[in-house]
Design a binder for this molecule. Sequence first.
Ligand SMILES: NC(=O)c1ccc[n+]([C@@H]2O[C@H](COP(=O)([O-])OP(=O)(O)OC[C@H]3O[C@@H](n4cnc5c(N)ncnc54)[C@H](O)[C@@H]3O)[C@@H](O)[C@H]2O)c1
Length: 248
Amino acid sequence: MKTALVTGAARGIGLATTKLFLAEGWRVAMVDRDGDELAKAAEGLSNVKAICRDVSVGQDVGAIIAEVTEWAGQLDALVNNAGVADFGPIDETDFARWRTVMDTNLDGVFRMSQAAAPLLKRAKGAVVNIASISGLRASTLRVAYGTSKAAVIHMTKQQAAEWGEFGVRVNCVCPGPVRTKLAMAVHSQDIIDAYHDAIPLGRYGTEDELGNVITFLCSDKASYVTGQVIAVDGGFESTGIGLPSLRS
Ligand SMILES: NC(=O)c1ccc[n+]([C@@H]2O[C@H](COP(=O)([O-])OP(=O)(O)OC[C@H]3O[C@@H](n4cnc5c(N)ncnc54)[C@H](O)[C@@H]3O)[C@@H](O)[C@H]2O)c1
């Protein structure tokens, strides 16, 4: 049975991705630092192992890989999905706020990928890093978040370049807006309306629409795809100005 490790699996995009893997016959190590949510999410699911750990903590990262090795003995896919959003003006982003975002969004992806690499090389497995459209296009209030995600996009290419010779594929998914707890904490009604205006498909995405692309990239169907950055964003990244006028 193929094994995936999904970080930030207690809710949102990570939980939807977990369920899609299970439907495809995989087993899933669900990692999240929110123990209560994780226990609720894992309840009733078969072929999962809930691991309550924090990907921004070095010791936890080692422990996660040790637990997965003991549970499954192999790892075929790593989905670096855990992320935090903290939107604020540059002038109010002190170094502590900056570090909190980087600790999870950037350092967490680096550490998890590096720790999982031996298992992934053995399995000729796949990594999918979750960045954001905020890493592709700048916007206000995202100096830490957007920069962390832009770095993840580039790290994906570095990893693909080095691990290709071991048969490990590494790709990046950049979600557009999805109505998860993370997004709703920082999206006011004004922002929601502005996104609808700027997105050709005219709506937010769903968790499953993200999960479908993530699981595809981890599957053998994507066996010749590596080093790619795929925006799953209703067309937001590809467009310029004028959509609302053209529609009316
Ligand atoms: N929802 C959106 O609109 C959107 C848009 C672009 C990118 N993304 C990205 O998609 C990913 C998933 O986002 P979501 O909207 O599903 O978020 P969410 O907040 O609903 O879920 C994220 C989960 O990650 C966990 N988590 C956070 N930091 C962690 C850490 N250090 N260690 C372990 N677990 C941790 C949280 O406890 C939570 O359960 C994130 O990387 C986010 O930046 C989301």
